[in-house]
Design a protein around this ligand. Structure first.
Ligand SMILES: Nc1nc2c(ncn2[C@@H]2O[C@H](COP(=O)(O)OP(=O)(O)O)[C@@H](O)[C@H]2O)c(=O)[nH]1
Ligand SMILES: [Mg+2]
Length: 444
């Protein structure tokens, strides 16, 4: 089930580099070798040295490594040819131009290799998404999650559930078809109990506090507090670079300044914000807008770092924001005489200037990150797409439980099967159902 076109693309990043990898996939992939490197005769999956020439002029373009992956044992399931060339711009342009000139060849659209792999049954949708996430992974925890998904962790879970649903559905349909037989009644009751148990499992999976999605996107952490308490200094200390402008002039930070950091393998999206203070109606409108944005970010952040000056009571704005998803930080602890330390016990005392207490703050943030993004041994939902399909599945099962007529029950279960099938991209419910249903009838 492949497109008739043979597609090609530069798979490595654009721009000058030591090597560039160009992949070709489709029915005419080997014609690329015949045209560009007629002398090369690669064995399947074994690299050979190949002199690439412009097919029109015979002019040498590069000495490359060529690989041939015959269908269907290739990444896309089609014939695939891979050329590892020297990564100069002219070399890559020369090879791409030569490929474009071959009949039946065209540049691949974004995601087209993966799409063909899916259409040829090489990967399910969650594995394809896992592959994309793996390419984007910036931290170790993101990489682990993406790899697990690419290797089928999520697909296995959802296919197992879908199999259970389909089996229950077969039993319910049997109940409709052989309504007079008592034996079938028991089977239907058992099937309903199984569905209830499954719905409960899916609900637990849904109630994971979005840990997989947060890990994919990064934990959003906002640094908040009154002007001049040292929010920007703290931001710079945590990112270990000059991310935000620090100054003793109150109201320096106006817009939100963002930076991504890797904290023990967890991705954190830090946001430094404008200082919170009461501003009169006739004050600087830019500062007012900055404060509005700071408060909006405070609302949407997964976690808030609330900063005040150690030795002083946390100001009102901070006190209002304090809650479960916040870490209270007393900054400028270097200015405190040891004897005056009398902060609320929940606050961490730090100094952005001397670095004192910052390790403790990082440790605290890591604990919070683990609590919100650690996925343990069970694969987590990683996309809103999965979540909405699972919600739909659970809703259908809840309707099935309440439905009075056997036909309606079966219809709702069928919808639940379809919702799960959409996650992995396996939607051919009826085929599978036929197989299982036949087995079931013969078995009885
Ligand atoms: N002594 C001391 N001064 C600090 C500390 N952190 C920041 N400051 C100073 O406080 C002022 C305001 O800092 P800034 O980071 O711009 O505060 P923001 O307005 O909350 O972003 C600057 O003059 C900083 O040098 C600290 O830990 N100790
Ligand atoms: Mg600032």
């Amino acid at each position: 089930m492949s497109g008739a076109d043979t597609i090609f693309a530069l798979s490595t990043a654009r721009g000058r580099s030591a090597i560039g990898v160009i992949r070709v996939s489709g029915p005419r992939a080997t014609a690329a070798l015949a045209a560009l490197a007629p002398r090369a005769r690669p064995q399947p999956r074994i690299a050979v040295l190949a002199r690439l020439r412009d097919p029109a002029t015979g002019e040498p373009i590069d000495d490359a490594l060529a690989l041939w992956f015959p269908a269907p044992k290739s990444e896309t399931g089609e014939d695939v040819v891979e050329l590892q060339v020297h990564g100069g711009r002219a070399v890559i342009a020369g090879v791409l131009d030569a490929l474009a000139s071959l009949p039946g060849f065209r540049p691949a659209e974004p995601g087209e290799f993966t799409k063909r792999a899916f259409l040829n049954g090489k990967v399910d949708l969650t594995a394809a998404e896992g592959l994309l996430d793996l390419v984007d992974a910036e931290t170790a925890a993101q990489r682990r999650q993406a790899l697990r998904q690419m290797e089928g962790g999520l697909a296995a879970l959802y296919e197992d559930w879908r199999g259970r649903l389909i089996r229950a559905l077969a039993h319910l349909e049997a109940d409709i078809d052989f309504a007079d037989e008592d034996l079938q009644r028991d089977v239907a009751v058992e099937a309903m109990a199984g569905l209830q148990k499954l719905a409960a499992e899916i609900r637990v999976h849904l109630g994971d506090r979005r840990r997989g999605e947060v890990l994919r996107e990064g934990l959003s952490v906002a640094i908040l507090g009154a002007p001049n308490v040292g929010k920007s200094s703290l931001m710079n200390a945590l990112t270990r670079r000059e991310t935000a402008i620090v100054s003793s002039i109150a109201g320096t930070t106006r817009d939100i300044v963002e930076a991504r950091i890797d904290l023990g393998g967890y991705p954190i999206l830090l946001a430094d914000t404008a200082g919170l203070r009461d501003v009169a109606g006739d004050s600087d409108p830019i500062e007012r807008e900055g404060i509005r944005r700071a408060l909006a970010r405070a609302e949407n952040a997964d976690l808030r770092i609330l900063v005040f000056v150690a030795g002083y009571a946390p100001d009102l704005a901070i006190a209002e924001l304090a809650g479960a998803d916040s870490v209270l930080v007393g900054n400028k602890a270097d200015l405190l005489a040891a004897a005056v330390i009398s902060e609320p016990s929940s606050a961490l005392l730090v100094s952005a200037r001397t670095g004192q207490g910052l390790d403790a703050l990082r440790a605290r943030l890591l604990t919070e990150a683990e609590a919100r993004m650690g996925t343990g041994d069970t694969p987590a939902i990683t996309r809103a797409r999965h979540r909405s399909a699972l919600n739909e599945c659970v809703a259908s099962l809840a309707r099935a439980e309440k439905a009075q007529l056997a036909d309606l029950v079966a219809e709702d279960v069928r919808l639940a099967v379809r919702a799960l099938g959409r996650i992995t991209g396996r939607v051919e419910v009826d085929d599978l159902l036929d197989v299982i249903f036949r087995e079931f009838c013969i078995g009885k």
